[in-house]
Ligand binder design. Structure first.
Ligand code: 9D3
Length: 252
């Protein structure tokens, strides 16, 4: 590992399926971010913290009903084990009824650079007493998955790409904050004409002011067409309002 100029953000994951987490982290941008020391991810198997002969992590629900519920003991044992280092860790419980994760929260987590621990459940849920250990309960959206591993990876991924030194050039992040709240403008690469579809002339011309204005306009157009509600939270400049007037005239 090259000595880094940035401090390392640490994520910890408690899961019954450590391989799911590790396999994603061993590829591409996450792999590079870890090698560069921007981020560190420590994965722990909840089953390793059982104390019974059968290493049982789940059980049937009191009161009856289908499915299995994650037992509290192994999770509490794992947290006791981790807390022996005396380091402060922000504990996030991944659950379909949590607050919905979004880009603002990704930015908050990346800015804080604290140690974040994720508890990923499986089965039909977890014993209610597990909720008591968490500082925050998060969901990644209104659909049902088979466990919290993909949500943990989604959040780790979204936060990691915001850390200094992770994305190749810092322009991407800056440009992103300029455009924050709008959908992307269209992008093209070579060839200039492909199966009759031409790249817009303005992008081939090299007039950077014209290109900037065109991109801003297309981002506004895209947002107006697909996600008009997003525009309510964007601070529109005088130029933006002019571009929106142009767009609306064009669509008439
Ligand atoms: C809403 C379904 N629940 C009703 C009895 C049971 C249940 C199903 C699947 C409880 C947990 C799960 C596994 N999902 C997660 O652990 C999870 C999740 C998700 O399913 N969707 C979006 N975000 C998340 S964060 C953790």
């Amino acid at each position: 590992m090259t000595p880094g100029i940035f401090d390392t953000m640490t994520f910890e994951v408690l899961t019954l399926f450590p391989d799911i987490i590790n396999s994603y982290l061993s590829e591409s941008i996450m792999k590079r971010a870890i090698e560069r020391g921007a981020v560190r991810v420590d994965v722990y198997n909840i089953r390793d913290f059982t104390t019974d002969k059968h290493r049982q992590v789940d059980d049937s629900p009191y009161g009856g009903g289908a499915g299995m519920v994650l037992k509290p003991e192994p999770v509490y044992n794992a947290l006791d084990y981790l807390d022996r280092d005396g380091l402060e860790r922000f504990k996030v419980l991944l659950t379909p009824d949590g607050r919905v994760f979004n880009q603002s929260l990704a930015e908050e987590y990346a800015g804080d650079r604290r140690r974040i621990l994720f508890i990923a459940g499986r089965y039909e849920g977890f014993d209610e007493r597990i909720r008591a250990v968490s500082d925050e309960e998060l969901s990644i959206g209104d659909y049902v998955l088979t466990g919290g591993e993909l949500p943990a990876l989604v959040i780790i991924d979204a936060v990691t790409r915001l850390l200094p030194g992770v994305l190749g050039d810092s322009r991407s992040a800056e440009e992103e904050s300029f455009t924050t709240g709008l959908l992307d403008y269209p992008q093209y690469t070579r060839p200039a004409e492909f199966r009759g579809m031409r790249v817009p002339d303005v992008l081939l011309g090299g007039n950077h002011e014209l290109i900037r204005r065109w991109r801003r306009k297309e981002a506004l157009r895209h947002t107006l067409q697909r996600r008009p509600e997003l525009l309510q939270r964007v601070n529109l400049s005088e130029e933006d309002n002019e571009l929106i007037r142009e767009i609306k005239e064009e669509e008439e």
